[in-house]
Design a protein around this ligand. Structure first.
Ligand code: AMP
Ligand code: GLY
Length: 418
């Protein structure tokens, strides 16, 4: 099978690492990829992920059998629909199904219509009505903008004043409608499922750390680290979440004539009343994927192709009992302004440690030198018999990396490890 992997982050390096080991792989390409992915696949240059016509033509010219889409933007924009019209299989939902991530309002209405546990909500097209609602409901309360906001469309308001300001911000930013949600109390966990129509196969759990600094302080980031499995998501809670949230969603999408095919990433709040949906994503998490792939024991290519071809029910997946943890090594200043282009040394020495994998994200290579080229730069990942062993290995590896312009959190896994 000839494969094209789309994306350039640590998530895609982890997917590439597992795909490259899959029996049945023919020619393996990545676009745009990164230097880490370039050690495993042939990098394709010069085609933006938004250039769907050019991408489809390139896939035809290169006899691609399967396109694996890493990030959400091409999915929401309908790349998979375009590939399907051209007869090219893809792992990832079409645009209609990707609305589960692309539109929070779509997902909330789907939950309401199908009795899926999630925060109570109200939607407003006029700020005055939203102000009145939050004044009556009181704080804490959650204000959201619709659409793909790269994690920036959500404000957990601690006071009514903050809520009113957040509502104003949504409309000032060009939003037509604001979503106001009940504040859910609990611990968050991420559950991944492969979904092919009504077939749902659990695909691992994880917890991440969104804040930039130790102690969950500092600004929100794309993710400073993650571990898998999430011990708080017990087998019982996982079963409940699948039965009450994921399966009814899959069935509702089929009933609407827009079946979901791909990985469905459910952000869950584990409340005293059971798991509730915070949000869906229509792709693997980053950095969650970096801790799922080292624990997945099957043939990833065969599994993703089975989803793409509507044959998920025919494959079985198995997972290692080991735990995995990943620590993001980011550019100093991230998620704010930061420099790029500084040299990183010691990645090979770190990756040579037992159980350690270093996935690259924002890197570039000039000759033999590895340079930083983004905010999140490396994902120092380790597996171990226990989460503690995995953590100790990951931090031993991070300590071998010589990159004065980088920083990482020292407490990844604290919720699970104490
Ligand atoms: P989202 O982009 O919808 O995942 O929201 C980002 C973050 O905001 C989530 O990971 C939660 O930490 C928080 N959040 C979103 N909605 C709620 C809610 N209804 N109650 C409590 N926290 C929430
Ligand atoms: N780590 C969060 C995400 O991928 O959306």
């Amino acid at each position: 099978m000839n494969v094209l992997l789309l994306g350039s982050g640590g998530r895609e390096h982890a997917l590439a690492w597992k795909l490259a080991q899959s029996p049945g792989m023919g020619r393996f390409y990545a676009l745009p990829g990164n230097p880490g992915i370039g050690d495993l696949a042939e990098l394709v240059e010069g085609i933006p992920l938004s250039a769907h016509d050019t991408l489809v033509r390139w896939c035809k010219d290169n006899a691609i059998d399967l396109v694996v889409v890493g990030p959400e933007a091409p999915l929401v924009a309908g790349l998979v629909d375009r590939l399907a019209e051209a007869g090219i299989a893809a792992f990832g939902p079409d645009a209609a199904a990707a609305r589960l991530e692309g539109s929070k309002l779509f997902t909330k209405e789907l939950c309401r219509a199908n009795g899926i546990p999630t925060a109570a909500f109200a939607r407003f097209t006029k700020p005055e009505a939203a102000w009145a609602y939050v004044t009556t409901e009181g704080a804490p309360i959650v204000i959201k903008a619709d659409g793909l906001m790269a994690g920036k469309g959500v404000v957990v308001a601690q006071t009514v004043e903050e809520a009113v300001a957040a509502i104003d911000q949504v409309f000032a930013g060009g939003g037509q409608e604001v979503l106001v949600e009940e504040f859910m109390e609990g611990e968050e966990a991420s559950l991944f499922c492969l979904v092919d129509g009504e077939t749902v196969v659990p695909f691992g759990s994880a917890q991440d750390h969104k804040r930039a600094f130790d102690g969950d302080l500092g600004p929100n980031t794309g993710g400073m680290g993650a571990y898998s499995p999430a011990p708080i998501l017990t087998p019982e809670l996982e079963r409940q979440a699948i039965e009450e949230i994921v399966i009814p969603t899959a069935k509702a999408m089929v009933a609407a004539g827009t079946p979901y095919r791909g990985v469905l990433y459910a952000g869950l709040m584990l409340t005293s009343a059971g798991p509730k949906l915070v949000e869906y994503n229509c792709r693997f998490g980053d950095p969650e994927c970096q801790v799922l792939m080292p624990r997945f024991k099957g043939n990833l290519l065969e599994t993703l192709a089975a989803v793409a071809h509507g044959r998920l029910a025919e494959v079985s997946v198995s997972w290692s009992d080991e735990a995995a943890i990943t620590v993001a090594y980011a550019s100093r200043g991230y998620p704010g302004a930061h420099q790029t282009g500084s040299e990183i040394r010691g990645v090979e020495a770190a990756a040579a440690l037992e159980g350690v994998l270093v996935f690259q994200a924002g890197t570039k290579k000039i000759g033999a030198r590895l340079l930083s080229n983004g905010g999140r730069v490396l994902n120092v990942t380790a597996v171990g018999a226990t989460l503690k062993e995995a953590r100790d290995r990951a931090y031993a590896a991070a300590a071998l990396i010589d990159w004065p312009d980088g920083f990482y959190r020292h407490d990844i896994g604290w919720r699970a490890l104490g």
